[in-house]
Design a protein. Sequence first.
Length: 107
Amino acid sequence: MVPDVAGWRRERLPDFPDESAIAHAPDWACEVLSPQSGRTDPVIKGAIYQQNRVSFLWSIDYRARSLEVRRLTDKGWLSDGIDTNQDVARARPFDAIDLPLGDLWPD
């Protein structure tokens, strides 16, 4: 299983490997929902990410112009909310910077 986009903390993966597959689960994963995966990715992949202790999971739905941010807790996924139709957002774990969501939305 491969996330659409993923990231690792430097202390967990100090040197990015040359292989096409990385054995370490990411600290952050992002799934871009499509008509084919929109119902399955958050549930099926979300459960696998939870098992592997991925700290943050984003779901981007370009059709709904939304970003949902979930963070892993001892009780499972907790939603930090959904940003809808915004051009700029601040979302964990990158909440120190403005994310230009407007670049993702179709005209």
